[in-house]
Design a binder for this molecule. Structure first.
Ligand SMILES: [Zn+2]
Length: 453
């Protein structure tokens, strides 16, 4: 008997935790953190205590209470006793938080399967962020083309295009037929042929079930969306205008969206500017160029990239004040003084958490700020309001230019029509009911419910 149980990604965008069982074999497809579930209890500075493991989550049923899943120390202050691992593996689709973060709670003996590139993103995060800690696991890396056997199951990870490199969908050969899981997926990104290869393979196996993401399954798109080429055109135009005025260009994008980073590097080069990135991005870039041979600029050798060093104390940038991993990029250092003196030479990545640097940079009024992310959807998004307050204060001109990491409603419909699954399980969507427009046997999952397929 083959079944699916959905413990996350149900009626929400994010938090995917899908359990697939085939006889005695039990595997997870992703084990991510929810962006919205739990926000009735935890938000902003009020967060679950790290010291209480899964306890602060169990209190409000924010994690499944399953024996044989969590590590002994995470269960310490809960009524759920520790048991030997009862699961055979976790298969991660990509390194976004809503697909991977909650593996931190899992028993370290349960194997965690990731793409080789995904593991690298996770390592870079752990090295450069005090928040990221996935903890010890029995990690097993794969690449497209590998087949992984787990009991009666055989899993085929296949690369897909998404807003982070090393994203995978899965074809899972079960004793009842094939189950296909999209992970997060887009059809018209710079690497759309990878998605086509995945869909082709999915169509070929005539799956009994498709678990499909549906981030953009909505009747009216709420956000303006462009292609990556259109983003490049837009960014280049903003840079050219700023060239004439001798101004710096500021921008922000998803920290691990390497397609977007590439777009900004192309625009920088064509305008004769250096792109300025954070030390954290520099570390990630350096590892990606070295280990994954991605076609990206390397901050240790490529003059196109400069690295912004935040002032650590008045009057100085002492090497000893920076982490060891940051010191690798000292030769590429630019500071707020450099940006103030020669604004025309730079296009500067400035994340929301680095806005205080504007106080040192003192940009010329009218300098452009490109927000290269999807527009926030909250009615009353505090962070968005604060961002605009800062931009207004410094007189920065706001531009929004973004290409989505997800398929549109139309593209999802085409993909479903092509794959023709027996059953369709929508996840990672706020509108599972809209999938019925494209398939006659849609099962909108309920949290924690098991569905035999
Ligand atoms: Zn994602």
């Amino acid at each position: 008997m083959v079944s699916l149980t959905f413990y996350g990604g149900v009626n929400e965008i994010g938090g995917n935790k899908i359990l697939l069982q085939d006889g005695d074999a039990r595997i997870w497809l992703d084990f991510g953190k929810s962006f919205t579930v739990g926000e009735d209890y935890y938000a902003g500075w009020l967060q679950p205590r790290r010291v209480n493991g899964v306890g602060d989550y169990f209190e409000f049923d924010l994690l499944p209470r399953l024996p044989g899943l969590y590590s002994e120390d995470m269960l310490e202050n809960t009524s759920l006793g520790y048991e030997e691992p009862g699961f055979d593996g976790v298969f991660i689709s990509h390194a976004h938080a809503d697909h991977v973060t909650h593996i931190q709670f899992l028993d370290p003996a349960i194997p965690v399967y990731t793409g080789a590139g995904t593991k690298l993103f996770m390592e870079a995060m752990e090295k450069t962020s005090s928040f990221a800690n996935y903890r010890e696991h029995d990690y097993r890396s794969f690449r497209t083309g590998n087949r992984i056997r787990v009991g009666p199951l055989e899993l085929e990870p296949i690369h897909v295009d998404h807003s982070i490199p090393a994203a995978y969908g899965y074809i899972i050969h079960t004793s009842a037929g094939c189950v296909v899981y999209t992970g997060d997926i887009r059809a018209h990104g710079p690497k759309h042929e990878m998605t086509q290869e995945f869909l082709e393979a999915a169509e070929y196996v005539e799956p009994i079930a498709l678990i499909s993401e549906g981030t953009r399954m909505e009747l009216r798109g709420r956000r303006r969306n462009l292609s990556e080429a259109q983003v490049l055109n837009g960014v280049t135009k903003v840079c050219k205008d700023a060239d004439r005025q001798g101004k710096a260009v500021f921008y922000t994008h998803g920290p691990r969206d390497m397609d977007r980073l590439h777009t900004f590097s192309v625009a920088a080069e064509s305008c004769g500017r250096r792109m300025v990135v954070s030390t954290r991005t520099a570390h990630l870039l350096h590892r990606l160029v070295e280990d994954e041979h991605l076609d990206l600029p390397d901050p240790t050798g490529d003059d196109l990239v400069a690295v912004y060093f935040r002032r650590k104390r008045s009057g100085g940038y002492d090497e000893k004040d920076y982490y060891l991993w940051e010191r690798e990029f000292l030769d590429a250092m630019v500071t707020s003084e450099d940006l103030r003196r020669r604004p025309r030479d730079y296009i500067v990545s400035l994340g929301f958490n680095a806005f205080t640097e504007l106080i040192d940079i003192q940009p010329q009024p009218g300098s452009p700020f490109i927000y290269s992310m999807s527009e926030p959807f909250g009615e009353d998004d505090l962070e968005e309001r604060m961002m605009h307050n800062w931009l207004d204060h410094f007189g920065l001109a706001y531009h929004q230019l973004h290409a989505s990491g997800h398929m549109s409603r139309k593209e999802l419909g085409e993909a479903i029509g092509r794959v023709k699954p027996g059953k369709l399980f929508p996840v990672h969507t706020e509108n599972p009911q809209l999938f019925s427009d494209f398939h006659g046997n849609v099962v909108s999952p309920t949290l924690g419910e098991t569905y035999t397929i």
